[in-house]
Design a protein around this ligand. Structure first.
Ligand code: HEM
Length: 128
């Protein structure tokens, strides 16, 4: 049985002393590899604690790069971990609540502006 890595564990290993990377629902320990990474350490640090799959695939890593992965495997990422990651917004842990407020404030502008527009339309047509 593969070890299950939680989102909390993934995020706890986001430092130079211990760095995990999440790729295709699997977690890899890149602590020793990071100094050798041809793409530099910064790009990998930027993906620490989140899903690095897209960044990794966008680069178009070679088969040689992919062959390094099994040697660094720690375990499988927890099943609902990806959902938790999607709900994370930088600097805001209540993302869904705040977007609801944003939608609410759009309506707050929309309704009075519509009424104002209707009022001026009425004034215009009733004066001519
Ligand atoms: C454990 C994960 C990773 C491994 C084993 C790995 C390995 C490699 C290897 C071997 C290369 C040389 C080119 C090639 O063979 O494709 C490379 C290049 C590169 N990697 Fe990664 N990489 C990993 C993760 C990442 C991540 C998460 C990023 C984030 C964007 C990244 C960005 C890059 C970039 C930008 C290059 C191009 C460097 C250049 O050609 O100037 N890598 N990587």
């Amino acid at each position: 049985m593969a070890k299950i890595i939680t989102l909390e564990e993934l995020q706890a290993n986001s430092k130079k002393e211990s760095l995990y990377v999440l790729l295709h629902e699997k977690v890899y320990d890149v602590t020793k590899f990071i100094d050798e990474h041809p793409g530099g350490d910064e790009v990998i640090f930027a993906e620490a604690g989140k899903d690095a799959t897209e960044a990794f695939e966008d680069v178009g890593h070679s088969d040689e790069a992919r062959e390094l992965l099994p040697g660094m495997l720690v375990g499988e990422f927890e099943k609902d971990g990806a959902l938790k990651i999607k709900s994370i917004r930088p600097g805001n842990s209540h993302a869904s609540a705040s977007s609801a407020v944003e939608q609410g404030s759009n309506m707050m502008y929309f309704v009075p502006l519509t009424l104002l527009g209707a009022y001026f339309a009425w004034r215009f047509y009733s004066s001519t």
